[in-house]
Design a protein around this ligand. Structure first.
Ligand code: TYD
Length: 144
């Protein structure tokens, strides 16, 4: 099934994809551009970033019903731990040219932030509290 139309109820951890982003090199530094069809399958309508995250912190701890995301370590590194309720997958992000595409319906935590790490997230929808599943039992019901 195409990434962009995957349902949150049926997605699994193998649907999370690492993707090489569109890097433009110049003599005065590099630039990465993200646009629908150019590395990402959705129109990003929101961006946010995490920074100053203590190395002991665990971020996330939730799933989304419909939201798709692209997660990038634009600086430093961190680990993304994914679960679909059955399977588990861990992905280390450490390159500003590599993005992790997440379909809806995956439980995720972000851990092991290095000093100075910045986690950029591009999202397919605006912020909607109702799109979050923050309770593990509710997540398992959603996936069953
Ligand atoms: P939260 O989603 O709990 O952070 P994380 O999953 O990275 O650990 O968000 C932390 C707070 O920020 C929470 O009060 C909701 C708020 N928030 C917004 O207001 N807008 C946003 O786009 C996001 C992602 C969070």
């Amino acid at each position: 099934m195409a990434f962009g139309i995957m349902s949150g109820a049926t997605s699994n951890v193998e649907h999370a994809q690492l993707t090489e982003l569109n890097r433009i090199r110049t003599e005065v530094g590099d630039l990465v551009a993200c646009e629908k069809g150019d590395g990402i399958p959705f129109d990003p309508v929101r961006a946010y970033y995490l920074y100053d995250v203590p190395d002991t912190a665990e971020r996330g701890g939730h799933a989304h019903r419909e939201l798709q995301q692209l997660i990038v370590a634009v600086s430093g590194s961190f680990k993304v731990v994914l679960s679909d309720g059955v399977g588990k997958k861990e992905v280390m992000l450490r390159k500003p040219t590599e993005g992790l595409l997440l379909p809806p319906g995956l439980w995720r935590t972000l851990e092991d932030f290095s000093g100075g790490a910045i986690c950029l997230v591009l999202a397919s929808h605006g912020y909607e509290a109702a799109d979050y599943i923050r309770d593990w039992s509710e997540f398992l019901s959603f996936k069953s």
